[in-house]
Ligand binder design. Structure first.
Ligand code: ATP
Length: 905
């Protein structure tokens, strides 16, 4: 496939994969130092942002029309037509108005919910590291232009089509483009002009993922001019605003509608044949029944509850990528967390250096370059101590991090904190890194990977030849070393001594790095080059303080019946020590990656129950751990940041990726992303997940009795052959509409119940409406219906008009719901407290609004005309209030009895 001609852009055309690097740079008028910001700005204006065409969002009109696609709306439309035939023009008008208003409400709510999610999606926009004005800067991926020099490393998603000009152990997974899921090797040499897409090994294409190594490349095409843009690929379809629970509720709603229509038919003939109602009367009754019983507002309100909850989570730094995770979070039983950065602050500070002839203590905090060196209480000058000096120098050169001063945050690291700690150590020792880097130019590098646990760099030696500097985990470095100390006073390696010393550091919870060097004359560096002959300079111990909020969150998780497990690449002793300090594990046991590898699945199943600390573990181990835990029926949340963590994140019930240090690949595999990389955020998300689930449950618990009571009133009319309907269809429509936009919505804002993190996780198989909740729904329906019917007849007996008695019935119904809202704020706990009554502002506002609506409904002439109402006597309001208060207290009494009864069992 040859790139097509690009008539609308003025970038040079060509089969970039067949051109040598020099030609590419020339064609795009760029050097390896990148574009200037000015050139980038111009090219952006010329070529447009680097975006794929988005799938057109559903048109507003279409979304509006969709609101009418509902069983209830069909019933209402039929009712409108028939009332029109009967000449009941006012009813026709009201019904049509309600249909329209309903659609508008649904439309607006859906829009709000979508907007809430959209803003969350935006928080996850892709960034890329590019060279601009000779410096590496992070820009949003849509700002990338042809000719930009980009830097990518393992875990990154390739943001545009890129001609690779430098590659290191590079593998790219191109499934998005070619369908081939195995990563392919990439390099910098041009290939034949006729090479197929999959064979263009010097190109990295937009949408593919770097699975290992790193690359520098020149962007050759952006946006829809990329290969993926040209095959018409759309941005991944936005997720539907739904979850398994919501789908279940929707299905239930549909089923219920069908059942209700069936019942209505039976009632129709029953009323006609056995109760002597006329066809017109029965028709009105049946329409009333359908309107009354179908909980049409429920799905929309549940959707908005969910969306608001997801938004609240985002405000607390937990960004949901897959909505079903919201429900799953509430039933999580085990959280497996990385240590570094998630449980700890990832602010590494070197505090001890172990040399062959003793320990040197280093003072200072964070990355602040202020600190002193001391040996046995005596100050040490690192410049004078050759061994110490070389160790620090090696640590600074075998390093990709930068420490810089931020006006607000003080000294901070760009890059890996472990490396930042070495840079800060160098600053404390007074090394001039820039000068060192000039004198000892870096020629080649083996980047750090969790698999081999070391990093090595090759430098020019000012004294001739080359030097290898290497740093890494002691178990990885010691086997490579033959000697210790510097040339001249070097001795043979005393492995036992180093193991003992590193254990002492690890006991204190320190991360330990060993540093080694070697002279060589090679021009490149490979794994063979470091396999032997290295000389160990010493080890450094760095602290990484636990996050205090994580310690508290772990304790709260424990109370909430959630076990926290720590999975770390660090040494077992370090891991155990940190774990004990944070409340994970017993401080005794830690399972290492090697031990884990020796176990078969059955042994591992047992081991995951016995251990909470997993050390020296690699991403592959995480997958096995998730599976072992799930085999016990645990609901597992797993964190991860690297590209290799993706399978475990996908497999976990709730995969959690790190927003700051996580790779793009891990974020894509995760259901949730932590904007602050903090463990405490997972706890907040669990809490919020439990709250959302509660609120969904409360919504159902609150809404269904309205429908129940209305349906019972209508059924009673037929069954007992009342002369008159206590409430008319249009009045039922009014009640449903008005309570849905006020009261029911208030529950979406309901805060967490107290003690929400002191109950055990929810059983994922438990139905949302348990037998007990069904009882509550039925009980309240009957209660409210009795009050409404009772007071309707009481009024008639007192000689008031039919219209006035109906107005009374409607007001009783609404008052019952209004007070019942406060019962529903707590499913089992008592609402009889100031907090229970006042703590949800949305509920209070809803009450105020609803009262206003009811006054209008009762007294304003147009409303009286539309809804067939009439003013009621002032004393009637006392009765209405009394009925509402009675409902509240009776339900509270019921809760209290059930609470006591449950306790007694
Ligand atoms: P956690 O799993 O707790 O998040 P981690 O994933 O950061 O920890 P790794 O990065 O795999 O753990 O680090 C494992 C070991 O490798 C460390 O204990 C340290 O000895 C060594 N190490 C870490 N970073 C570097 C680095 N940049 N250069 C050399 N060695 C390193």
């Amino acid at each position: 496939m040859e790139p097509q001609s690009r008539s609308d852009v003025s970038v040079p055309e060509g089969a970039w994969h067949s051109k040598p690097v020099g030609e590419i740079l020339q064609a795009f008028e760029v050097s390896e130092a990148g574009l200037t910001s000015e050139a980038a700005r111009q090219r952006l204006a010329e070529h447009g942002p680097n975006q794929l065409p988005q799938e057109a969002p559903e048109g507003l009109l279409r979304r509006f029309v969709r609101q009418f696609n509902d069983v209830l709306i069909y019933v209402l439309m039929a009712a409108a037509v028939i009332t029109a035939f009967l000449g009941e023009w006012i009813d026709t008008g009201v019904i049509l108005a309600v249909v329209l208003i309903n659609a508008v409400i649904g439309f607006v709510q859906e829009g709000k919910a979508e907007a809430a999610l959209e803003s969350i999606r935006k928080m996850l926009s892709l960034n890329a590291l590019v060279a601009r004005d000779g410096r590496r800067v992070t820009v949003e991926a849509d700002q990338i232009v042809p000719g930009d020099v980009v830097y990518l490393e393992s875990g990154d998603r390739v943001p545009a089509d890129v001609r690779i000009i430098e590659a290191r152990n590079l593998r790219v997974e191109e499934a998005a483009l070619t369908g081939e899921s195995l990563p392919v090797e990439k390099q910098t040499d041009p290939v034949a002009p006729t090479a197929e897409l999959g064979d263009r090994s010097c190109m990295a294409y937009s949408g593919t993922v770097v699975t290992s190594g790193r690359l520098t490349g020149v962007v050759t095409a952006t946006g829809r001019h990329t290969e993926i843009g040209r095959i018409g690929e759309m941005v991944a379809r936005v997720e539907k605003l739904t979850t398994p629970l919501l789908r279940a509720v929707n299905r239930f709603g549909k089923l219920l509608s069908a059942v209700i229509l069936g019942v209505a038919l039976v009632v129709f003939f029953f009323g006609l044949g056995l109760r002597g109602f006329s066809v017109v009367e029965m028709f009105l009754i049946v329409v009333s029944l359908a309107v009354a019983a179908i909980p049409e507002g429920l799905p929309a309100i549940m959707t908005i509850t969910l969306a608001l909850g997801v938004q609240r989570m985002a405000q607390r730094n937990a960004i949901i990528r897959r909505l079903p995770a919201v429900e799953t979070l509430g039933s999580v039983t085990v959280i497996c967390s990385d240590k570094t950065g998630t449980l700890t602050r990832n602010e590494m500070t070197v505090t001890e250096v172990v040399l062959p002839d003793g320990n040197v203590a280093v003072s200072g905090t964070g990355y602040d370059p202020e600190g002193d060196f001391e040996q046995d209480g005596q100050p040490v000058d690192p410049a004078a101590q050759r061994n110490l000096h070389t160790l620090i120098l090696a640590g600074v050169l075998c390093n990709d991090a930068e420490v810089r001063q931020d006006p607000e945050k003080g000294y901070i690291v760009d890059g890996d904190p472990t490396e930042g700690a070495m840079v800060a150590l160098g600053m404390k020792a007074g090394l001039d890194r820039d000068q060192l880097q000039r004198e000892r130019r870096r020629v080649d590098v083996i980047p750090f990977e969790s698999d081999h646990r070391f990093m090595a760099t090759l430098h020019d030696n000012p004294e001739g030849g080359r030097l290898i500097y290497l740093k890494g985990a002691p178990e990885a470095v010691l086997p490579l070393c033959e000697r210790q100390g510097l040339e001249g006073d070097a001795g043979s390696l005393d492995t036992a001594f180093w193991e003992e010393r590193t254990d002492v550091l690890a006991e204190k919870g320190y991360r330990v790095l060993a540093v080694a060097c070697k002279e060589t004359d090679h021009d490149t560096i490979s794994f063979e080059d470091v396999q032997d002959g290295m000389s160990l300079m010493g080890c450094v111990g760095m602290i990484d303080p636990p996050r205090p909020e994580a310690i508290q969150a772990i304790e709260e998780c424990r109370q909430a019946g959630i076990r926290v497990k720590m999975i770390t690449g660090d040494h077992a002793v370090t891991a155990r020590s940190i774990g004990a300090r944070m409340g994970i594990g017993d401080g005794e046991k830690a399972l290492t990656g090697r031990q884990l590898e020796e176990m078969d699945d059955e042994q591992l199943r047992q081991a995951v129950l016995d251990h909470d600390v997993f050390a020296r573990s690699s991403p592959e181990h995480k997958l096995r751990l998730v599976e072992a835990l799930q085999s016990h029926g645990e609901v597992v949340s797993m964190t991860g940041d690297g590209v290799n963590d993706a399978p475990a994140l996908k497999r976990a019930d709730v995969g959690v990726a790190m927003g700051i240090k996580g790779s793009e690949a891990s974020k894509e595999a995760a259901a949730m992303v932590l904007a602050d990389d903090n463990f405490a955020t997972i706890k907040h998300a669990v809490e919020e997940g439990r709250t959302i689930y509660d609120n969904l449950k409360k919504t159902i618990l609150f809404i269904l009795p309205t429908n129940g009571a209305e349906a019972l009133i209508v059924l009673a009319t037929v069954l007992f052959a009342f002369n008159q309907l206590p409430i008319t269809p249009v009045q039922i429509l009014w009640v449903n509409m008005i309570t849905a936009v006020t009261l029911a919505l208030a529950l979406a804002f309901e805060p967490s119940e107290p003690g929400i993190m002191r109950r055990p996780p929810r059983d994922p198989n438990e139905p949302i409406v348990s037998g007990y909740l069904l009882w509550r729904i039925g009980f309240v329906s009957v209660l409210v219906a009795c009050f409404a019917i009772g007071l309707f007849f009481y009024e008639l007996d007192n000689g008031v008009s039919l219209l006035s008695a109906r107005t009374m019935a409607v007001n009783v119904l609404v008052a019952g719901q209004l007070f019942y809202l406060f019962n529903s704020r707590f499913i089992m706990q008592s609402s009889l407290s100031l907090k229970g009554l006042l703590s949800n502002r949305a509920a209070l506002m809803a009450v105020g609004l609803l009262t206003l609506f009811q006054l209008m409904f009762t007294y304003l002439p147009p409303f009286q005309l539309w809804f067939g109402t009439e003013a009621i006597r002032p004393v009637d309001w006392l009765l209405i209030l009394g009925a509402g208060v009675a409902v509240f207290f009776i339900v509270e009494l019921e809760k209290a009895v059930v609470r006591r009864w449950r306790k007694a069992r």
